[in-house]
Design a protein around this ligand. Structure first.
Ligand code: AMP
Length: 404
């Protein structure tokens, strides 16, 4: 793999150790959406873990899979069961997957003791036990006692110091899976060594969640495009009226400082020039298209308009690297989805390495039907942002270094 493969990955991976015949605990991120009939509605996170799972099966390991799903508050809650995921995984692997309703204790130990090389078992939602999020030593030890080797392939949970991502690494040799390596390779690669011109597109609700990315990319990026709700804090900070659009008052000063610093660094900074505004977010709400200077009280900007789409698309034309995190508007509602989908298409059309991160943005790219034309779509929202902010993720820091 090239610069965006393993280059920035200093940890041992599952390939570097002997797992033949061993009980291997693989922490995966199967935090997938379920509908009211408990059917998996989007299995991309499950499919992303298949290379590691298949490798472990082919090597003759006894494969113990564990994940969280949703926020069950430390106790069993059937709404968040991973049983439907076991069924979907079984279909994707074309192989029997056992499911254990117990996460720890004699029954799961007995089931694992009966496993043969290549067998697969999925444990129930780790967050049914309060020890998971508390990173409790006792729960970490219990999990570790099920296996001989620990593999972390749960990139989406790597920014959390939980029992199954950090605590367990004290008790088993900890290595990375292929998805984790790929995610870090792309996201760290783009921050440390981007092919320029490098364009960052940020959107979504809040400036506060993404300002760290702008600070970290200050010296590396050539153009910054800001859309979505977060644009209006920047626009207000420049002295314009934004009506009832989303503004974070405590971020006004910092937003203005970052914008002027970027411009001092010769980074081109783009904000929406027109917007779709509405009185409310209701389905039947009256909407109109206005220039950004024309937003008045009583109106909220909920999408970027066509002139902004044109401006942003043109800014992407000579890009060699593009990262995109956060939608351009309230794309969950048809009336405010056009800007996001148009930018998804523009990113997909860019003749560049394109990296999309964040739960909402990958959904938008998928809905726009252009997922296949994006170079890399991250499976982790919070985790991908933290890497773009230049932070170290606890779940990765806890793994064994290559040279150790
Ligand atoms: P984030 O998690 O910060 O990436 O925010 C994603 C959310 O931002 C989505 O659910 C969007 O509906 C929302 N969003 C995008 N644009 C706007 C806007 N102009 N006003 C309010 N919310 C927005």
């Amino acid at each position: 793999m090239g610069a965006f493969g393993q280059g920035d990955f200093a940890k041992l991976t599952i390939e570097d150790i002997d797992i033949k015949g061993k009980r291997v605990f693989i922490r995966v991120d199967f935090n997938v959406p379920l509908d009211e009939n408990m059917m998996v509605t989007d299995d991309r996170r499950i499919r992303s873990a298949l290379p590691t799972i298949n490798y472990a099966i082919d090597e003759g390991a006894k494969v113990i899979l564990a994940s969280h799903l949703g926020r069950p508050k430390g106790k069993p809650d059937s709404k968040y069961s991973l049983a439907p995921v076991a069924r979907r995984l079984q279909r994707l692997l074309n192989k029997e997957v056992s499911f254990s309703y117990d996460i720890t204790g004699p029954q799961v130990k007995e089931a694992i003791a009966k496993m043969r090389p290549g067998d697969v078992i999925l444990l129930e939602n780790l967050r049914f036990n309060p020890g998971e999020e508390a990173n409790s030593e006792e729960f970490s030890k219990e999990l570790a006692s099920l296996a001989e080797v620990y593999v972390n392939d749960a990139f989406g949970a790597a920014h959390r110091a939980h029992a199954s991502t950090v605590g367990i690494t004290k008790f088993l040799p900890p290595v990375a899976g292929f998805l984790l390596r790929k995610e870090v390779g792309y996201l760290k690669g783009v921050v440390s060594n981007p092919v320029r011109p490098f364009v960052a597109i940020l959107g979504g609700a809040k400036v506060s969640g993404k300002i760290g990315v702008l600070e970290n990319l200050m010296d590396k990026v050539d153009k910054v495009i800001v859309g979505g709700g977060m644009a209006f804090t920047f626009i207000k900070a420049m002295g314009y009226e934004v009506g009832d659009s989303l503004v974070e008052p405590e971020m006004l000063e910092l937003a203005e400082r970052i914008r002027t610093n970027l411009q001092k660094n010769n980074v081109k900074f783009y904000l929406p020039v027109d917007c779709v505004v509405a009185h409310s977010m209701e389905l039947q709400a009256e909407t109109k298209l206005v220039t950004t200077q024309e937003i008045t009280r009583g109106w909220t900007a909920l999408d970027i308009g066509p002139a902004s789409v044109k401006l942003f698309s043109e800014a992407l034309e000579n890009a060699k690297t593009v990262i995109w995190n956060g939608p351009m508007g309230v794309f969950e509602m048809d009336a405010f989805s056009r800007g996001t989908f148009a930018i998804a298409k523009a990113v997909a059309d860019a003749y560049a390495l394109t990296i999309v991160g964040g739960g909402d943005t990958d959904l938008a790219v998928n809905k726009a039907g252009v997922s296949d034309s994006i170079s890399f779509i991250s499976t982790g929202g919070g985790a991908s942002l933290q890497l773009l902010e230049g932070k170290e993720l606890p779940g990765i820091a806890a793994l064994k270094d290559k040279k150790a």
